[in-house]
Design a protein around this ligand. Structure first.
Ligand SMILES: Cc1cc2nc3c(=O)[nH]c(=O)nc-3n(C[C@H](O)[C@H](O)[C@H](O)COP(=O)(O)OP(=O)(O)OC[C@H]3O[C@@H](n4cnc5c(N)ncnc54)[C@H](O)[C@@H]3O)c2cc1C
Length: 440
């Protein structure tokens, strides 16, 4: 049975997130954007309000909420500020390898700290020379007795400058691709960890993004998230569970751009009437609305699949790809409705456009999502229709009226269907010989 309704508990969470976004995020969003400043205070308030770390499992003392709950509240945060939403979601991203890994002792040690002591945790696969090609990462993890020694640099690490812990992926052998990749939970305070300068960005300036350098950092074996050979799969599983949230960022940003555009269109006048009266504007609003609605459905569906313990990889890619590309179109058209004012920093759409541009890049670019989806559609997807060579396309009346069970032959080259006990010696359309025909 399909059910698109949120439960009373989910509706309550949505309301709390919406109120929090209106009270604590919206009023300060432009300040953080303008000053490229770290929103630690906002993260702490969300922590105090129980609006982050919602996904810490119950057996470690957490609320044990699902991804559906997470995308519902993430949409609200992103509607107020996509940059701050990225920072607020980052503990979920950083914790996902811990949640998915098999290291029980590590979970028992770190989940309660994150939950009770306001500890932040970030996630790092990317490096200065690679992002999409996770199997090509170069940060080196060398075995030394029971420990590993880390050397290398992680780049583009969201919340890296604020976090106490890092879920990082490294390799025991850069030449062995997937086979060498392992994952570790590393503490910021360990000797050899250096945090880089804040990376200056086009948008989402309210989210902290830095490089992290590891110089002979000793990591105890107990802090393994994934042993060598299992890290790549863990990183991919993480993305499959966090990409729906990137879709939710996109839904939130697109939704608020649409709302601002409707508001503006109803008030702005041209040629003696409100611009909302022009069909050209109404059609833009219609397109925005359908994109917001379809994106949300895809995001919720992907999150639901994850919560059902199914492999959400494909649904996650669909939702991330569709919602992030749709959001960019929506925000861009919203700016068009604002026209000149849309291009200024006095109205909200300029910032939304800069913020939204990032969605197509992080957690797997649109091109990477298309790689995943084309790979699935062409290799794993089970078609319902018969193969083309078995498809009898009847064009002639006498063929339609032919006796049931009459033997049909289909030319594999041009598609001509011949009826009779035997295939013709030659196709009358493409002139290929009898061997081109298959019995259908
Ligand atoms: C603000 C910000 C925050 C980020 N936060 C994090 C974070 O917290 N943790 C983290 O680990 N990373 C993070 N990232 C990194 C992000 O995930 C990468 O930027 C992204 O995966 C793309 O990698 P890249 O930039 O190295 O591009 P590249 O991988 O170098 O790609 C360059 C271009 O080539 C295309 N391309 C690459 N391979 C293929 C292919 N096989 N087929 C077709 N096209 C291809 C890409 O789509 C892209 O258009 C963040 C990035 C930004 C900008």
């Amino acid at each position: 049975m399909l059910n698109f309704e949120l439960t009373p508990a989910q509706l309550d969470l949505q309301k709390r997130a919406r109120d929090f976004a209106a009270r604590e995020i919206l009023p300060v969003a432009w300040y953080y954007d303008n000053n490229d400043e770290t929103p630690l205070k906002v993260i702490k308030k969300a922590y105090d309000a129980g609006l982050i770390n919602t996904d810490i499992p119950k057996q470690y003392g957490g609320p044990g909420m699902g991804l559906v709950e997470n995308v519902v509240l993430t949409e609200e945060f992103a509607a107020a500020c996509p940059g701050l939403a990225t920072s607020l979601f980052d503990n979920s991203l950083g914790m996902e390898p811990l949640r998915l890994c098999k290291n029980e002792a590590l979970k028992k040690k770190y989940f309660p700290r994150i939950l009770n002591d306001f500890k932040l945790i970030c996630f790092a696969t990317s490096e200065p020379t690679m992002g999409s090609d996770v199997s090509g990462l170069r940060c080196l993890a060398e075995r030394d007795g029971d420990d590993y020694i880390l050397n290398g640099t992680k780049y583009w690490v969201t919340n890296g400058g604020l976090a106490d812990y890092f879920s990082i992926f490294a390799t025991t052998d850069p030449d062995s691709q997937h086979k060498g990749i392992c994952g570790f939970l590393v503490e910021k305070q360990w000797p050899g960890v250096t945090i880089g300068e804040r990376i200056p960005k086009m948008g989402q300036r309210g989210s902290n993004t830095v490089g992290i350098h590891f110089k002979d950092v000793r990591v105890p074996r107990e802090n393994l998230l994934a042993p060598p050979g299992e890290g790549f799969v863990l990183a991919m599983q993480t993305f499959a569970h966090t990409r729906p949230a990137i879709g939710a960022f996109a839904v939130g940003a697109a939704r608020s751009a649409m709302e601002y555009a409707i508001d503006y269109a109803k008030k702005r006048r041209a040629f003696g009437t409100k611009i909302a009266d022009f069909q050209a504007i109404q059609h833009k609003i219609a397109d925005m609305y359908q994109k917001v609605e379809t994106s949300r459905l895809l995001v919720w569906r992907a999150a639901w699949e994850a919560d059902q313990q199914r492999d959400p990889t494909v649904a996650a890619s669909v939702s991330k790809l569709y919602a992030t590309e749709a959001a960019l179109e929506v925000v861009n058209e919203a700016l068009q409705i604002f026209a000149g004012y849309g291009y200024t920093r006095m109205f909200p759409v300029e910032k939304l456009l800069r913020d939204t541009r990032l969605f197509r890049i992080y957690e797997g670019t649109s091109e990477v999502q298309r790689l995943i989806l084309s790979g699935y559609a062409m290799n794993a997807y089970q078609p319902v229709m018969p193969p083309l060579e078995d498809l009898a396309i009847h064009l002639d009346k006498e063929v339609i009226n032919a006796e049931p069970g009459a033997i049909a032959w289909r030319c594999r080259i041009c598609g001509h269907v011949h009826y009779g006990d035997e295939a013709p010696a030659e196709c009358p359309y493409c002139f290929f010989p009898q061997s081109a025909f298959k019995k259908v």
